[in-house]
Every structure is written in structure tokens, then in C-alpha cells.
Write a protein that binds this ligand. Structure first.
Ligand code: FAD
Length: 376
């Protein structure tokens, strides 16, 4: 595919390499010419977006989080945020399905398990071997998936309540809780058997086409060669805290899509106040991104960090819902049609409210939503 689009690189973004700029241009071209034009169809499809992911893979964009030595690009965090914003502005379902794999590539690359890296990473970077993740449940107070150390490996039993993209996956990285409360992460192939069964895709109001399932494991043996890492609730909480503001990008991408729709509607209906509203929304999206990136790229060991980062995340979440609601209002009754992008963006904005949610993020979101607006 010819990559001609100039990606929008917002002011204040840490510098990208020339190669990262080219990759972003490619992502923008695919977003504009493939993902966005098909977004309604993708959203309503009973199947996950295999063809969209294939096209992204052909452009090298499925290998962005894989190190170079395994055929990927090992991009920066700043690149990943901009990439996420481009994809979520075009097609939330495609981004959400792909992002599990991008996370799995990074986890396996970081595993220091040469056997696992050699067996899978090159095919993962090329999109020939897609891998999901199942560890969000480790944030819950009670363990859902338990592991025991046995000679030669581990035995896993319990439920992984969310595994996105199941029909596309060759493997899944599961996180489970050991008897001493440590977390263990392992790779498990998706072939079903008596020890591993997936549900049908869960019926979802947003991202239904991501084919998210629940997977039950019963005395499933996992050999040492598929071990990824040990971790703990504290380490996971540290990672979540460090990533509070980095996760502004999905809701901001969604808000950007609503902004585009608002501008298109203003032009079509020739309504000046919609143009004014779109101008104000654009200014606010840019300000929210600057605030989010400031905390994402700044020091994490200062007392201002956590409240500042939570404020930015809650702002992005609330802004995405508000922007999508404005796009619904501007589109009138037609917005309610399942073929209309405004209702899809409204549902996607709701979804971005809860992904990678922690109790802190929940509290910051609810507080922001329930703070009465200043009187006009
Ligand atoms: C459609 C969909 C697909 C998803 N796909 C994946 C996937 O592929 N892989 C993956 O790993 N995750 C996936 N997730 C999980 C996603 O990241 C979670 O939504 C997110 O982690 C919040 O988890 P939860 O919705 O299960 O809520 P919970 O975990 O129930 O709650 C969120 C937060 O509240 C806290 N909390 C909950 N109950 C209590 C309590 N009683 N007391 C104190 N604190 C409490 C938890 O500790 C946690 O921090 C998916 C989620 C959705 C909705």
C-alpha cells in the first residue's frame, strides 16, 4: 500500500524517529482508506476484523512492539500513543482486537525466555501467529485463575473472564495466581480440549465484533518452556499507576472521530454553531492530550504525579463520552440508526471508560462525571 497521509503529530510529542514517522503515515493511510470506511460494517459483523488486521500486518504494523531482532520495529511509547489515537479514531474494534496482540508481543519479548521468543516472535511480528492476553482479572480482589508449580511446569485452573479476538488467536498469555499469591504469566495454545474450553463470543454492546470470550482451564499443564514471568499484585499496581495517563489515547482517538463527524455534519447542514462547537472541541482535545502526555512522559516519583495523571485520564474518558454525545445530538434522529457512526462512537466512548480500569481510575472517573458543571 502507498502511504501518503501526513500523520498529525501534536505539538509537545517527544520526537519520533524518521522510521516511526513513516510507520505512522502508513497507519494514517490505512485508517483513512480501509478502517474508517468499513467501521460500521466491522462493528456490526459477527466475526472479528481479520482482514483489517491482515492489511495492517502487510504494512508491518502488527510488529510495532516486537524488537528488531525478531522482525519488528520496537517503537517508542510516544509512537504507540499516536498509533492508538489514529486507529481508535478510525475503527475501535480493529484497534481493540489488535492491541491485545501488541501487548502479548511485548510481554513475550520481555520474558527472557529464548525458547518462547524463537518459536513465536517472528511469526507474531508478521501477523501469522496472533496471541491474546488474559490478565485483567488479576486486578480483582479474589483470584479467578489459579496456578500451582509442579515438576516441569505449572498447572492452571479457573476462569479467564475476558479473552478478546479468540477465533483469530493461536495462543494466549494467561496471568494466574500462585498459592503464595505471586502472579505467574504463561503462554498457552488455543487448541480446545478437556483442560481448556472457550465460551461462545460474549454478547457486548460495544466491541461486539472483537469476539471476546470467557475461557475455562481445568488442570491445564503448562511446561516451563512456555513460562513468561513472575509478578505480583504490587508490581501490577505499579505498572497500572505508571500507565494511568498513557491510556488517554483510546478515548482521545474516539473524541477525534466525533470531532470529524461534527465538522462533516456542520458542513452538510450548514449550521454555524456546530462549526463553533467543533472548534472548541478540537481545542479541548489538544489540551487534554498535552496534559495526558505531560504526566505520561514526566517523572512518576513526585507527589503531584498520581492525582495529575488520574485527572488527565478522567478528563479524556469524560471528553470522549461528551464529544460522542455532541455528535449524536448534531446528527439528530439518524444517529440512532445502527448504520450511523455517531451511536457507534457513543458506545465505544462508554467502552473506553472501563478498559484497564483500576479502583483509582474508577474513582477519578465517577468523581469527574458527578461534579456539577460550573454555572453558565
Ligand atoms: C469487552 C472487554 C474485553 C476485554 N478483553 C480483555 C482481554 O482480552 N484481556 C484482558 O486481560 N482483559 C480484558 N478485558 C478486561 C478489562 O481490561 C477490564 O475491563 C478492566 O480490567 C476492568 O476489569 P473488570 O471489568 O473485570 O472489572 P473488575 O476487575 O471487577 O473491577 C475493576 C477494578 O475495581 C476493583 N474492584 C472490583 N471489585 C472490587 C471489590 N469488591 N472491592 C474492591 N475493589 C474492587 C478491581 O480491583 C479493579 O481494580 C476486557 C474487558 C472488556 C469489557
Amino acid at each position: 500500500m502507498e502511504c501518503y497521509a501526513e500523520p498529525e503529530v501534536p505539538p509537545g510529542t517527544p520526537s519520533l524517529t524518521p522510521e516511526e514517522r513513516d510507520l505512522l503515515a502508513c497507519a494514517q493511510t490505512i485508517a483513512d482508506t480501509v478502517l474508517e470506511p468499513r467501521a460500521q460494517e466491522t462493528d456490526l459483523s459477527p466475526d472479528p476484523p481479520a482482514d483489517n488486521i491482515r492489511i495492517l500486518a502487510e504494512a508491518g504494523l502488527v510488529g510495532i512492539t516486537t524488537p528488531r531482532e525478531y522482525g519488528g520495529f520496537g517503537v517508542s511509547g510516544a509512537f504507540q500513543r499516536l498509533f492508538t489515537e489514529i486507529l481508535t479514531a478510525a475503527c475501535g474494534t480493529t484497534w481493540f482486537t489488535l492491541t491485545q496482540h501488541l501487548g502479548a508481543c511485548g510481554m513475550i519479548a520481555g520474558s527472557r525466555n529464548p525458547s518462547l521468543c524463537e518459536r513465536f516472535l517472528r511469526d507474531m511480528a508478521a501477523g501469522r501467529h496472533l496471541v491474546g492476553v488474559a490478565f485483567g482479572h488479576l486486578r480483582r480482589p479474589e483470584p479467578m485463575l489459579r496456578a500451582e508449580e509442579v515438576p516441569g511446569g505449572y498447572v492452571l485452573s479457573g476462569v479467564a473472564p475476558w479473552v478478546t479476538g479468540w477465533p483469530l488467536l493461536s495462543g494466549v498469555v494467561y496471568g494466574a495466581v500462585l498459592p503464595d499469591e505471586r502472579h505467574v504469566y504463561v503462554y498457552v495454545a488455543t487448541e480446545e480440549s478437556e483442560s481448556l474450553r472457550s465460551s461462545e463470543p460474549l454478547p457486548l454492546c460495544a466491541m461486539n465484533a472483537s469476539a471476546t470470550t470467557e475461557v475455562r482451564l481445568e488442570n491445564r499443564f503448562v511446561p516451563d518452556e512456555d513460562f513468561i514471568k513472575f509478578s505480583s499484585r504490587e508490581e501490577m499496581a505499579r505498572g497500572d499507576t505508571n500507565n494511568i495517563a498513557g491510556a488517554v489515547s483510546p478515548p482521545l482517538g474516539c473524541a477525534r472521530a466525533s470531532l470529524k463527524l461534527l465538522r462533516r455534519t456542520a458542513e452538510k447542514r450548514k449550521i454555524d454553531f456546530l462549526t463553533e462547537a467543533a472548534d472548541a472541541l478540537e481545542t479541548e482535545i489538544n489540551a487534554c492530550r498535552t496534559e495526558g502526555f505531560r504526566w505520561a512522559d514526566g517523572p512518576k516519583d513526585i507527589s503531584e504525579y498520581k492525582p495529575g495523571a488520574l485527572g488527565a485520564r478522567a478528563w479524556a474518558i469524560e471528553l470522549a463520552v461528551r464529544a460522542a454525545h455532541a455528535a449524536v445530538a448534531a446528527s439528530s434522529g439518524a444517529a440512532n440508526s445502527l448504520q450511523h457512526p455517531a451511536q457507534r462512537l457513543f458506545r465505544e466512548a462508554m467502552f473506553y471508560t472501563v478498559i484497564a480500569q483500576t479502583q483509582d481510575v474508577m474513582a477519578a472517573t465517577v468523581r469527574r462525571l458527578l461534579t456539577p458543571p460550573a454555572p453558565l
